[in-house]
Every structure is written in structure tokens, then in C-alpha cells.
Design a protein around this ligand. Structure first.
Ligand code: URA
Length: 275
């Protein structure tokens, strides 16, 4: 693989994630935090560290016999887009973000999980790819696999629209340093809450927009660690559940993909399971 300013590689590895073509499974989990890549890899039957470079920590292994990878994205759109771009070149085509989130609906308790069907594009990165009217939607197969996984594990989950922001503080209605704020920031979460948006996080809109443009599949499951309405914050709560749901969803997608192959179908549909 040749390197150039347009296609930067180092010794055959993609410049930022330091992964070579073929070193990842088609199914890649995407936490934000590099430490969560380590945590996720420990839940598999086998795992091999591929690279730790900047915010990107990648492992490849097997979960219940299914080839699986994880790459951390860092926080926010720019580094997440880099991870998605380079993972696609490395051989991935299915992404599941395994993140943390702040709920903006009063009935969503900290410690539950949210499965995202679409993301409000309050990020900047996806706008460098396509006009803002283009939808940031999760892929229906990934959404269904995440729901199936959450049901089979008996977890309480919430399904709906997420808002992805480029700022954790003012962008999510929190005061900045010295209580700095803006009128739009104070109104933002109330406006979104009234429209039924479930939660805030910072990467899904980028992952969904790029995946949709490039013909890849993507979904998100997040652990609720904060609730803006009840003003709770409990870091770490629900993360074990989000990881289990994401791992199981990969196994389910693998089984559905095998069925699609067997019956020469491009798209999965429910009666394929019993065929
Ligand atoms: N991640 C976010 O982006 N917001 C929160 O409130 C919690 C996690």
C-alpha cells in the first residue's frame, strides 16, 4: 500500500489508527474511551491487541466464535470520522458505538441503556461531508440486533432519537467556566426534550452520516450515566450492560448475515430467521 498526502499510511498501516488492511473484523465496536476498548476485549473468548495510537486502541478477537474488533474513537466528531474512514479501508463494514450518554427525559433512569434510531446532527464534522438536511440514521439491521440483544439479556432499554453535539458543556445546556452561557444553550435541551429526543452524546451523528454515505451499517447503544432533568450523574453505571448488548448484537448480526448469504438476500427481514 503506497503512502501519499491524500492517502497517508506508515509501514502499510493507516496513519491514525495504525491498523493494516485485514487486521479488523467486519464488525467493529466503537467506544469513545481507549480504556473501554481494553474492557470490551476482556469480555471476549480471545482478543489480540492490534494497535494503541493516540486515542485509538484496537483489538481483534472472537466473541462466541464470531470475529469481532473494537476501536476507540476519542471524544467527538473529528477523531470519530478518522476512525470510521480508516476502519472502512481496513475492512470494516458494520459499526456499533458503545458509549455513555446523558438523558434529557425525566423517566430515563441512570444505569439504563439507550438504543439510538437516528441522531440530531449538532456536530460539525458530518457537515463537512454532506448538507445538514441529510439524515443521520442508524441501520435497521443494527437497530434490530441491538433490540434483540437487549431483550434476550432482559435489560430495560429506551429506543429513539439522540442528539449528538460537539460540546459537552454549552452544547449540552451545561454552564461553561465561570457560569458562562448563551441563551440558545439554556433553551436547547428543553426544546429537544419537548420534541421527544432521549439523550445527548457526541459521536453517533458522525458515525451514522459517514456509514450511510459509504454504504456501511451502524448503530449505537449507550449507558445512561447522567440525567439532565433529575440532575443525577453516576459515571460507570450501565456500561457493563451496553457492552453485553453490543457483543450479543454482533453475534446476532453475524447469524442474520449468514442467513442472507444462504438465501442470496441483500436485506434481512424477520421471516428469514425461521426459513
Ligand atoms: N456523554 C455526553 O456526551 N453527555 C453526558 O451527559 C454524558 C455522557
Amino acid at each position: 500500500m503506497s503512502s501519499s498526502a491524500d492517502r497517508p499510511t506508515v509501514e502499510g498501516k493507516f496513519y491514525h489508527i495504525m491498523v493494516a488492511p485485514g487486521e479488523v473484523s467486519r464488525y467493529v465496536l466503537l467506544p469513545g474511551d481507549p480504556a473501554r476498548s481494553d474492557l470490551i476485549a476482556k469480555t471476549w473468548d480471545e482478543a489480540r491487541l492490534i494497535a494503541k495510537h493516540r486515542e485509538f486502541t484496537t483489538y481483534t478477537g472472537k466473541y462466541k466464535g464470531v470475529p469481532i474488533s473494537v476501536t476507540s474513537t476519542g471524544i467527538g466528531g473529528p477523531s470519530t470520522a478518522i476512525a470510521v474512514e480508516e476502519l472502512l479501508r481496513a475492512g470494516a463494514d458494520t459499526f456499533i458505538r458503545v458509549g455513555t450518554t446523558g438523558a434529557i427525559q425525566p423517566e430515563i433512569p441512570v444505569g439504563d441503556i439507550v438504543i439510538t434510531v437516528a441522531a440530531v446532527r449538532l456536530d460539525g464534522t458530518s457537515k463537512q461531508y454532506i448538507i445538514p438536511e441529510y439524515p443521520a440514521h442508524a441501520h435497521y439491521e443494527v437497530i434490530n440486533a441491538l433490540v434483540e440483544a437487549a431483550e434476550s439479556l432482559g435489560y430495560n432499554y429506551w429506543l429513539g432519537v439522540t442528539a449528538s453535539t460537539d460540546s459537552f458543556y454549552l452544547g449540552q445546556g451545561r454552564p461553561g467556566y465561570k457560569n458562562y452561557t448563551q441563551s440558545w444553550s439554556q433553551n436547547l435541551y428543553e426544546d429537544l426534550r419537548r420534541a421527544g429526543v432521549l439523550n445527548f452524546e457526541m459521536e453517533s451523528s458522525t458515525i451514522f452520516t459517514l456509514s450511510s454515505i459509504y454504504g456501511a451499517r451502524a448503530g449505537t447503544v449507550c449507558a445512561v450515566i447522567a440525567n439532565k432533568i433529575t440532575n443525577e450523574f453516576m459515571p460507570g453505571s450501565g456500561i457493563d450492560k451496553a457492552i453485553r448488548v453490543a457483543n450479543e448484537a454482533v453475534k446476532i448480526l453475524y447469524e442474520w448475515d449468514e442467513k442472507k448469504k444462504l438465501y442470496k438476500k441483500k436485506y434481512f427481514y424477520p421471516s428469514l430467521i425461521t426459513k
